[in-house]
Design a protein around this ligand. Structure first.
Ligand code: LMR
Length: 398
């Protein structure tokens, strides 16, 4: 039977990890998968995480299951982090948290939840979006649609986005990136979020906000502006949150599905559905990452340390953005690429073509996604000139 099954290409992002590891060029640079790197090129375990793990090692008494919604302390901590501690939604018991295997797991839960409970609803994704969004929602059997986001000149095209949202059928689901848009790095301003809210209300759309990079744009609270605005003004929404980046917990698969309902009773109804969805996918989430996050967020001292570490990571990325534009100056390209300093989060849509990306890989061992997405957080100060020189070569000889 298996003989009829075709081989498919590897994942466009994760496949880069293997290709990079196999490259023997000592000059190689990895700007592919979205992981943070420090000045030494490492993706370190945060100090707050190490300390929390040491405490957990002492305290943990069982490896028994934690239930389909996961650890309630984790759920509460994430709700406060995402919605703000003083959110009236929390006081009203309108929000449900389901711990998930990473932000990706939360997205799949959301997709299955929509498919089962909101039959016939289509989902609208930004063009471009994280490629795995397409895979996840398609695998769940949802009808995919796109709204414009970045135009051919590699700029955020907000008027086109808004015009499209105004045409979406009533009640459809619209996926929005809370901050640090993946792959482009172009974020909405506060005024633009305000306009999105108006359209969402007018068309009675259901927002699904993917919040994978809280703290990596402008700050933990600043990055939550759009999420909190929608939550404050709408009866219902879905949020998928991730601790992969801001807690550096990538492989611990630590995410959360947040469902907000009109009232407590309806919240309990949809929450029961989320438990079934989790049960049918993987039963219980892995525990370790969530335990670390709740340990940190329950301790004033560890919370402060963690906040400082997030600030350090964010400042480093934002600093690298400007340094990279400066590194392009000697090659006459700093104006052409000045937008990189304005983008936010780990990623930058550079505007490089797939052919130029291929040349960077083949001739310079610089790895990035063929869409032209570069992980700025993968750059290091001592490699900026190498990267700038290589980009100049492929841009000028195009
Ligand atoms: C990325 O986009 O590189 C990250 O979100 C990692 C992933 O799973 O693709």
């Amino acid at each position: 039977m298996f003989q009829q099954i075709a081989r498919v290409p590897g994942d466009a992002i994760l496949g880069l990890i293997d290709a990079y590891n196999q490259d023997t060029n000592p000059e190689k640079v990895d700007l592919g998968v979205g992981v943070y790197r420090d000045a030494q090129g490492n993706t370190p375990v945060l100090r707050s995480v190490k300390e929390a793990e040491a405490r957990l090692l002492q305290q943990e008494t069982t490896k028994s299951y934690i239930g389909s919604h996961g650890d309630p302390r984790y759920g509460e901590a994430v709700l406060a982090l995402v919605l703000g501690e003083a959110s009236p939604i929390l006081a009203a018991g309108r929000a449900s948290a389901t711990q998930s295997p990473g932000g990706t797991g939360a997205l799949r839960l959301a997709a299955d939840f929509i498919k089962v409970n909101l039959p016939g609803k289509g989902i609208w994704l930004s063009d471009p979006t994280w490629p795995n969004h397409l895979g996840i929602f398609e695998a769940a059997g949802l009808k995919l649609n796109k709204y414009p986001y970045v135009n051919a000149a590699n700029q955020l095209d907000f008027p086109a986005m808004l015009a499209c949202l105004q045409q979406i059928p009533h009640g459809d689901v619209v996926l929005l990136h809370a901050c640090c848009h993946n792959p482009s790095g172009f974020d909405l301003t506060r005024e633009q979020w305000d306009q999105v809210l108006e359209v969402v209300k007018e068309r009675e759309l259901l927002p699904l906000v993917d919040f994978a990079y809280q703290g990596f744009g402008d700050g933990l609270d600043e990055d939550a502006y759009g999420v909190r605005l929608l939550a404050e003004h709408l009866d219902e929404m879905i949020i998928t949150s991730s601790c992969s980046k801001n807690f550096g917990l990538y492989r611990e698969r630590t995410g959360c599905l947040i469902l907000i309902a009109r009232n407590h009773e309806e919240m309990l109804n949809i929450r029961s559905q989320a438990a079934i969805t989790a049960r049918e996918n993987y039963s219980n989430p892995p525990s370790h990452g969530g335990a670390i996050v709740s340990e940190i967020l329950q301790s004033t001292e560890l919370t402060q340390l963690w906040r400082d570490e997030v600030t350090e990571m964010r400042n480093r990325i934002n600093g690298l953005r400007q340094d990279f534009v400066d590194a392009l100056k000697p090659y006459g390209l700093s104006e052409q690429f000045a937008f990189i300093a304005e983008q936010r989060g780990m990623f930058s849509y550079t505007g490089l073509t797939p052919q130029q990306v291929d040349r960077l890989r083949d001739e310079y061992s610089i790895y990035m996604v063929r869409s032209g997405r570069a992980n700025v957080a993968g750059m290091s100060t001592d490699r900026l000139d190498y990267i700038a020189k290589a980009i100049a070569a492929v841009v000028k000889q195009a």
